[in-house]
Ligand binder design. Structure first.
Ligand SMILES: *Cc1c(COP(=O)(O)O)cnc(C)c1O
Length: 420
């Protein structure tokens, strides 16, 4: 790499040390990748994926064989009754929005048990006023915060005994919060509690960033419906947009009718050339997720060595692909993002600056030079410009390319410290 990258000698030494120290972590990631790759291949075999599934429809999109096959593959992978995998979902946020609008009715109560939901859902729910929010349709919202990065089991039990809750949202990944992501074991424990106390309550999981990070997905532990983004893990970098919803048949059908129209539901929706990308992306997804994880792990190791607070710790087990780095000052946050940008395949020569973003309260700096706009399964790093100046780094289509971004970003900080 030295032939192509001009880095400070300290950066190289730190990189070599990180590589040596992290071998067993990389091995664990490879083991999970092997398992999930077999899971995907098995779903391709069972559903007889063939070349005709690459063809796609236009117009109404009736009888789209590829689209139907893809949805069967997703259902097989998630062990779900049904799946909706569509490019008509703009992204994960839209899939979450349609799921909530599809499942909730006026006078219903929605409860988040992972504290404040992801930023883009605030106006959807009505936490921030919007004339088109769930709240404007008379749907109420309440939340129970996490305690010590775990569910508040007692409070949840009490709440369910005294309220009629239609839907519970569990967001596994941290979003723009400073908390740990929720592993499958904790989710399983809380879902069995919910099912015991209030069996009719729908358990919905925001699974963004968590797919294929471990061997088990949330339907297997009792979730009713699971939602995610195709410009994250499962798109594998190939999907140009989209979202997925998997779960109980009647629930997925309600979401389909909210996405398209009552009476047509999942029967319509032209795939417009997306079928091959969805299949190829899914095929690559386990190894892309593994690359993203290794990229996060090496960033975690190197930044921790430079005395920044990182989460997760390099040696900690992970349930999503996100790494948070607490820079504590705006300059290092911006410097790091500039380095990530400089190490991106696309737009490497541009300088990212903090800007206002739709759906986000604070200004955000986003470093991403991606093949797909906003794709965060590709190496990307962003952070709201607010105390304590935390960067959220995720993605990396291949470890060998993504680590270049990390090396350039770390190098910027090391060079600044060295005064050159
Ligand atoms: C990214 C993310 C979303 C939104 O997905 P997009 O595809 O970016 O719209 C929702 N929830 C969580 C936890 C996320 O990380």
């Amino acid at each position: 790499m030295k032939e192509f990258l001009e880095l400070n000698e300290k950066t190289w030494l730190l990189y070599e040390e990180a590589n040596d120290e992290l071998q067993s972590i990389f091995q664990d990631i490879d083991d999970i990748c092997e398992y999930n790759s077999a899971k995907v291949m098995n779903a391709f075999f069972i559903n007889h994926i063939n070349e005709s599934h690459f063809h796609s429809t236009t117009g109404y999109g009736y009888g789209d064989l590829g689209r139907e096959a893809i949805e069967n593959v997703y259902a097989t992978i998630f062990k779900a009754e049904s799946a909706l995998v569509r490019n008509q979902f703009i992204s994960g946020s839209h899939a979450l929005c349609k799921t909530l609008f599809g499942l909730l009715r006026p006078h219903d109560l929605m409860l988040s048990i992972t504290g404040l939901p992801y930023d883009t859902l605030h106006e959807v729910i009505g936490i921030v006023d919007n004339e088109s929010s769930l709240k404007s349709f008379g749907i109420s919202y309440d939340q129970i915060d996490l305690i010590n990065d775990d569910f508040d089991y007692d409070q949840i039990e009490k709440y369910l005994k005294t309220h009629s809750v239609k839907l519970i949202e569990i967001q596994r990944s941290r979003g723009y919060a400073t908390r740990k992501s929720l592993d499958i074991e904790k989710c399983e424990k809380v879902i069995s509690l919910i099912k015991k106390v209030s069996p009719k309550t729908i358990v919905m999981i925001d699974n963004c960033y968590c797919e294929f990070v471990s061997k088990v997905e949330p339907i297997q532990i009792g979730a009713d419906i699971v939602v995610g983004s195709l410009i994250k893990n499962l798109g594998g970098g190939f999907a140009q947009n989209g979202g997925y919803v998997v779960g109980k048949k009647e629930l997925v059908q309600l979401v389909a009718e909210a996405l398209t129209l009552p009476g047509e539901g999942s029967e319509v929706g032209p795939s417009l050339g997306a079928n091959r990308q969805f299949l190829q992306g899914l095929f690559f997804a386990p190894s892309v997720v593994a690359s993203a994880l290794k990229t996060s792990v090496i960033a975690s190791y190197m930044l921790k060595s430079l005395d920044f607070d990182v989460d997760p710790d390099p040696f900690e087990s992970r349930s999503d692909i996100v790494e948070t780095i607490r820079f504590g000052n705006e300059e290092d946050l911006i410097r790091y993002c500039e380095g990530i940008q400089a190490g991106s395949p696309i737009d490497s020569y541009v300088t990212p600056v903090p800007v206002d973003m739709p759906g986000y309260k604070d200004q955000v700096i986003m470093a991403a030079g991606a093949f797909v706009q906003g794709s965060s399964i590709e190496l990307s790093c962003d952070g709201p410009i607010r105390e304590p100046y935390i960067a959220y780094q995720q993605g990396g289509l291949t470890f060998d390319t993504a680590k270049i971004g990390v090396l350039k970003a770390v190098d910027k900080i090391i060079k600044e410290r060295e005064g050159k």
